[in-house]
Write a protein that binds this ligand. Sequence first.
Ligand SMILES: Cc1cc2nc3c(=O)[nH]c(=O)nc-3n(C[C@H](O)[C@H](O)[C@H](O)COP(=O)(O)OP(=O)(O)OC[C@H]3O[C@@H](n4cnc5c(N)ncnc54)[C@H](O)[C@@H]3O)c2cc1C
Length: 433
Amino acid sequence: MSDITIVGGGIVGVCSAIALQDEGYSVELVDRGLETEAASYGNCGLLAVGEIVPISKPGILPKVPKWLSDPKSPLFVRPKDMITQMPWLLRFLWSGRRAKVLDIVAGMTPLLSRAEQDYRALLDAAGLSDKLVNKPNIMAFNSKADIEGDSFTWNLRTQKGFRHRFLDKKDLQAIEPALSGPITCGLLLEQWLQFSDPGIVRNKLAEFFLSRGGTLRTASVSGLVAKAGKVIAIRLSSGDQVSVKRVVLAAGAWSGKLARDIGVRVPLAALQGYHHQLPNPNVTVNHAVLYANGGFVLTPMETGLRIGGTIEVAGLNPKPNFERANIIAEKAKSVLPGLDTSGGKQWMGPRPFMPDTMPVIDKAPHHDNVVMAFGHGQVGMTLGATTGRLVADLVADRRPTLDLAPYRATRFWWKSNVAKSEEGNDPIRYPPY
Ligand SMILES: Cc1cc2nc3c(=O)[nH]c(=O)nc-3n(C[C@H](O)[C@H](O)[C@H](O)COP(=O)(O)OP(=O)(O)OC[C@H]3O[C@@H](n4cnc5c(N)ncnc54)[C@H](O)[C@@H]3O)c2cc1C
């Protein structure tokens, strides 16, 4: 039996596995297939180090009617899921009040500030330094007024040390000649980088983990089996049980159901995203470009040009609506004349999203042999290496290098329930969150 069993082999699980090996633990990763379903495979590949301001922020409310009525809007709620998703949506909107956003910014800044340094150390050790592309990202806009209209975000980023530089049309043309259409200006996001392809990075890191003696069990976990304040086994969908010593729960958007088995109810949503991957786009894009007005990202990857983004609130395992991938591909044509979308491959996958955009990085409140690491929202790829290190701190019972209070699983619970749960009451009572 390995010292640690990690449920979920996305970027968070794999980086945690390597960090735990560094501590001397033997580690088994359990994943139902290290392939294409995970968000870590299909994301936009940005090392989005300045993404400290949540999507839900002051000024968001007037946009809500459009999300509900326009399937082409960058954030759309599937009408049939409206009622089931409403509690989460209300919490998400409530997190957008000014005071709360300032708390979130304070919580996200220390995590994101160390993302590059933690990845560089990890990728260097794994011989994968070339997978982090040393080019800044660009955010493109139709007008300067669009930038000024979100001065709240840009001022906060500047205050926290994330630099950006204005690019007028001429500057933009000089570095991204293929961009045209309605785009007139941009911001150079100086510290943001990109991965050469996130799925390849995740797979190569998994190979590195295996090469150091880690093991991978391909199986679907259907539950956690607990006894007297410890998780003693994982239950597989085959019906088998596998005994465990310690568990890290890192199953991305699918973590919520497993967490419930140990009395941890968290408001974790799966916000579906899409991409359209073009092996031969017929245009050259030099940097990752976030097109603010279009709500999508263009990322030049070693596997082709990825057009990714859009948020769809549609539950955990919905049938893909690839019309959303077509919509972003069509929008991309309007800013990249000559873009060839033929032969493109479409993908859908879930961002694991807490209403306040902050992840859960915490010990389970009732079971001291379980660490939880999920809910990284739109920055999970960026935070993989950093989360891995913090997970190792928690497993090793070491004081973490940063204060983990903002990432507590119990932060949405009523105070009285937190107090009860921290006494380790057994049998478990599900507290409302
Ligand atoms: C379109 C899109 C664009 C994005 N762009 C960016 C970006 O540019 N930069 C960035 O930082 N982030 C981005 N993100 C967010 C990022 O992809 C996620 O936050 C991150 O990948 C989450 O990683 P994870 O390891 O927690 O989850 P996942 O990558 O989803 O991995 C979870 C793993 O757990 C496994 N699993 C789940 N349940 C079980 C079970 N019961 N039994 C066994 N295995 C199980 C799955 O098979 C999967 O491999 C984007 C997301 C999307 C959808």
